[in-house]
Design a protein around this ligand. Structure first.
Ligand code: GAR
Length: 189
């Protein structure tokens, strides 16, 4: 059985979608949900699906606590699904090519520090982009700059608000993110 752990900071719709996707899987299991936000709705979602959760502070992430917890779980893949803090280099070094992130835009556009969630969609709207999309990529020591794994785009000419763009992006994420995770772990089923 391959093990994944999920990191999120907020609502956790992607986390819930990934948990549901692998619920009856005989080959991939969600071993835990990690969050830096004790108020995050993702915690309730993990609980509802009987998935263990772990709340940590920024300090825990930057010191050794989160690393130790990950080492005890030995995940095959660490999936950042709406995780808003910078992932620390000492954890990346311990899990080479085993940490992936979903970004709600077509990187390298609209990436980097401060570019998360609605901030991304507001910038996309202000620039009158005709399309946007999602990028799933490996995590390296620079925000949103790791090797791309998957991209797909969507037309947003009819969107009137950043929230409408966000809804389209969530649809793409929910459709593709679990499938990409699955393909990375089980390339030839
Ligand atoms: C997702 O759209 C994800 O791409 C984005 O946060 C949202 C979380 O939604 N991540 C980033 O912006 C990271 N830079 P969710 O909590 O409903 O899954």
């Amino acid at each position: 059985m391959k093990k994944i752990v999920l990191f999120a900071s907020g609502n956790g719709s992607n986390v819930e979608n990934i948990i549901q996707h692998f619920k009856n899987s005989k080959v991939i299991a969600v071993a835990g949900v990690f969050t830096n936000n004790a108020q995050a709705k993702v915690l309730e979602k993990a609980k509802n699906h009987n998935v263990a959760s772990f709340v940590f502070s920024k300090n825990d992430l930057e010191s050794n606590l989160v690393l130790q917890k990950l080492q005890s779980l030995q995940p095959d893949l660490i999936v950042l699904a709406g995780f808003l803090l910078k992932f620390p280099e000492h954890i990346i070094a311990e899990f080479p090519h085993k940490i992936i992130n979903v970004h709600p835009a077509l990187l390298p556009k609209y990436g980097g520090k401060g570019m998360y969630g609605l901030h991304v969609h507001k910038a996309v709207m202000e620039n009158k982009e005709k399309e946007t999309g999602i990028t799933i990529h490996y995590v390296n020591e620079h925000y949103d700059e790791g090797e791309f794994i998957f991209q797909t785009s969507v037309n947003i000419e009819e969107c009137q608000t950043p929230e409408e763009i966000a809804a389209k992006i969530h649809e793409l994420e929910h459709q593709y993110f679990p499938v990409v995770v699955e393909k990375l772990l089980i390339p030839n089923p």
